[in-house]
Design a protein around this ligand. Structure first.
Ligand code: FUC
Length: 782
């Protein structure tokens, strides 16, 4: 052991008061109280939501979602079930985006034209390779649950509070009326597979409501009998069957079923509903259909109805807390006694303790939203996570894979939520079968491919929106998260059984589809399109950098697993002559295209040529490439869509410029964040929430190059602080304290025995290389 380093066997998970959460069960919420520490992780409002997108409060369990309005006379929850989609098999003309007629030689002719003409407009290429979208579909709202409360005030007074506690994932509404204190509490339980809502009052017999289900579609029947409301239907578009069942329990009073599909509670001390929902969707190519949902929905709702409210609530809070409670962030925040929407409007850019309270809350909100929208057993978080209130959401609330789905999961490993990646892994794995068909039919090759965006039904082909129909690099990029999961968690079983097969087959695709650039003999991607920007060319930076990342990781994995020496040789050879996609242009910029055509005034939201900086690992801070990336990023400016600003937080953090990373966070909070703290593109798009949380984590810990860097991009506006539970590659969990802008204590918990390199200003010489033993904790102090 060397000075400043001590070994302690364990560090308790609950780390005391400064923001670290003990897994206590919060008391059932009552009337408004003064600000206390746990409020720091609570979104609070003094009026009901008047607008779903800007003000409703999201709860979710991965598969199920609800947006709580807190409206007094009639409470409203907009409901979602992640697999309820139009399109796909059963929808007219669904073809997975594969060419309806073979087009022999067309791809090669486009490649030849690019070689001779240097570039082609997106419209010209779409005319050759594109095809109108048939039956792509859209994510559907499940419906609304309305609970009419007789005698409730029509408008809120000063007693009204609407909250969402991120630590317990409980949404609540409280108000006092005619001397009675009323409370409503809502949660979406992953272990219980139900959404639950409870109405109560501080006087007996004062609780009552009439519950009904509504929907913008007419494809269902709603039948009430006893304490159960059953909603059954099938989507007209593709025949997908869906079912929702709601059962109401009461303490005192009675429940009665109405002929018009309502359930009414009268004279209860408290009453709660449990809601389960499902569809007959299955993620299995080519039918994407499974069992009728009736059985699963019935057993979920009946199991929940058989339990007490407190038991359901405790299970839920423990389940959520076990994930959420792993990470705490203290940046010296002090939450003023302000509702969150005012905290946001008064945000100036991070100098005061109140601003830091919003920043810390926004960081944790990203983690909360991922837990609520991505749990094993359903689809991954889509463009809106799991929340949607219409039948035609923007971009179908689909899975765009040229930045958006990837960004959704950047925070998962580093902020200690590895379990939330299970739906992502399964979704990418399920894409291989249809992706193989698209590779064969469009590219005439082996391997698997997916293009710019996809749906739950294996849409791996093309459409014809010229500036977003072609991006075969998406498959390679999607594998990056799987390999990173391995780098963080170190399970070779996971690598062998889940990550490597997907990576290897994606690499096979590119080994078959790279071409030699007649200009320099390098292997290049052609046609190559830098997402949604400029012309089609050969060997644009992002295309090359993504293939470089895939080949590098796949080769590492093949060596680790000792797989297929001939395949390894092919990869090594290809890597050796692959154009790396790194070029410095006339104004010192990192070139987006192989020819030097970048404009200094270009402020496009996609900054694709910096993929190698983030989320890739090709560009190391301080290198000439990094300096060129800085020139490009500075020219690109601090504007952009919500997700684009979030990406820039990560970029500046990777460039070790904490102040600029923080500036991007404040830009996002100031101009791309809604009163309910959802990110806006505009419109609402959740990737910006996830990207921002990842960006904050990148300011505090980085490990993409192997060494673990402590506080690599700490902004001046966070001079003192403490973070607990962040993860680094190599199976490491970290607690870090700092003061005066310098680390003052590092506790490192090793989950496996391995050699580690730790870098921090706290360490003599700034670095320590040591062999960590699984289960040990290493503490570093000055
Ligand atoms: C890509 C982005 C858009 C939007 C869409 C969902 O097409 O370029 O900005 O985020 O995804």
């Amino acid at each position: 052991m060397t000075p400043g380093m001590s070994r302690r066997t364990t560090i308790k998970s609950a780390l005391g008061a400064t923001g670290a959460l003990t897994l206590g069960i919060p008391a059932i919420s009552g009337a408004a109280a003064a600000v206390n520490p746990s409020d720091e992780l609570t979104l609070r409002y003094q009026a009901p939501a008047a607008d779903w997108e800007r003000e409703s409060l999201p709860i979710g369990s991965g598969a199920l979602g609800a947006s709580v309005f807190g409206t007094l006379a009639t409470e409203r929850l907009t409901l979602n079930e992640k697999t309820l989609w139009t399109g796909g098999p059963g929808a007219a003309g669904y073809d997975h985006g594969n060419w309806t007629q073979p087009r022999p030689g067309v791809l090669a002719s486009v490649q030849r034209r690019l070689d001779t003409e240097g570039k082609l407009t997106p419209e010209a290429v779409a005319a050759e390779l594109g095809q109108p979208k048939h039956g792509f579909g859209a994510y559907q709202v499940l419906g609304d649950l309305e609970l009419a409360v007789p005698g409730a005030p029509s408008s809120p007074d000063g007693s009204y509070r609407r909250t969402l506690d991120l630590a317990s994932a409980l949404a609540a509404v409280t108000y006092t009326h005619q001397g009675v204190a009323y409370t409503r509490e809502f949660f979406a339980s992953y272990p219980g597979k139900v959404i639950v809502g409870r109405f109560s009052a501080n006087q007996p017999g004062k609780t009552g409501f009439t519950l009904r289900y509504t929907s913008p579609r007419t494809d269902f029947t709603a039948t009430a009998s006893g304490d159960r409301l059953t909603v059954k239907g099938a989507l007209q578009d593709n025949g997908m069957r869906f079912e929702t069942q709601i059962r109401v329990r009461t303490d005192g009073g009675r429940v009665s079923a109405g002929a018009n599909g309502t359930l009414t509670v009268t004279g209860a001390n408290s009453a709660w509903f449990v809601l389960a929902a499902g569809t007959d969707y299955a993620d299995t190519y080519p039918r994407y259909r499974g069992a009728d949902p009736h059985g699963a929905v019935t057993s979920a709702v009946d199991a929940a109805a058989a339990r007490s409210y407190d038991a359901l609530r405790t299970d839920h809070v423990n389940d959520h807390g076990a994930l959420f409670g792993r990470v705490s962030l203290d940046i010296g925040q002090q939450l003023p006694d302000l509702p969150t929407n005012q905290l946001l409007t008064q945000y100036t850019g991070g100098t005061g303790a109140a601003d830091r309270a919003l920043e810390a809350l926004f960081f944790q909100y990203g983690r909360y939203l991922l837990i609520a929208s991505s749990r094993a057993g359903s689809l991954p978080a889509n463009l809106q996570g799991v929340w949607n209130n219409v039948t035609n959401p923007p971009w179908s609330a689909d899975y765009h894979v040229n930045i958006n789905l990837q960004m959704n999961y950047w925070l998962a490993e580093v902020t200690n939520l590895a379990e939330t990646t299970a739906p992502y892994d399964r979704y990418v794995e399920a894409m291989r079968a249809p992706g193989r068909v698209s590779a064969r039919e469009i590219f005439g090759s082996t391997g698997w491919v997916v293009q710019n965006e996809t749906n739950p039904f294996g849409f791996t082909g093309v459409h014809n929106w010229a500036t977003s129909f072609w991006f075969p690099e998406a498959a390679a990029w999607l594998t990056q998260q799987l390999y990173d999961h391995y780098r963080f968690n170190g399970s070779t079983d996971y690598l062998r059984s889940t990550a490597y097969p997907v990576m290897k087959e994606a690499a096979e695709f590119w080994l078959a589809n790279l071409r030699t650039d007649p200009r320099d003999g390098k292997l290049v991607v052609t046609p190559s399109y830098s997402p949604e920007h400029g012309d089609f060319t050969v060997g644009a930076a992002m295309s090359q950098q993504i293939v470089h990342d895939l080949f590098t990781s796949t080769l590492e994995a093949a060596r680790t697993l000792g797989d297929a020496p001939d395949f390894r040789t092919r990869l090594e050879t290809a890597l050796g002559s692959l154009d790396p996609g790194l070029r410095i242009g006339s104004w010192g910029q990192l070139q987006e295209w192989k020819t030097d055509v970048d404009s200094r005034t270009d402020d496009h939201r996609h900054v694709s040529h910096l993929f190698g900086l983030h989320p890739g690992r090709q560009i190391v801070a301080g290198s000439t490439w990094a300096e060129a990336a800085k020139v490009s990023l500075t020219a690109r400016g601090d504007g952009g869509t919500g997700w684009s600003k979030a990406w820039k937080i990560n970029f500046w953090a990777r460039l070790k410029d904490g102040n600029h990373a923080h500036k991007m966070l404040s830009e996002q909070l100031k101009s791309s964040t809604l009163p309910n703290l959802w990110d806006t593109h505009p419109p609402f798009q959740i990737d910006g929430n996830f990207g921002a949380t990842s960006g904050v984590a990148e300011m505090l810990v980085q490990s993409q190059h192997g060494p673990i860097e402590i506080l690599p991009a700490l902004p001046a506006s966070w001079p003192n602080g403490r973070v607990t539970g962040l993860r680094a590659r190599g199976g490491v969990t970290l607690d870090i304290s700092w003061s005066g802008g310098r680390a003052s204590r590092i506790a490192l918990r090793a989950s496996r025995t391995t050699d580690l390199t730790l870098r921090s200003t706290l360490l003599p010489g700034g670095e320590r290389v040591f062999r960590a033993t699984a289960g040990q904790t290493y503490e570093f102090t000055p």
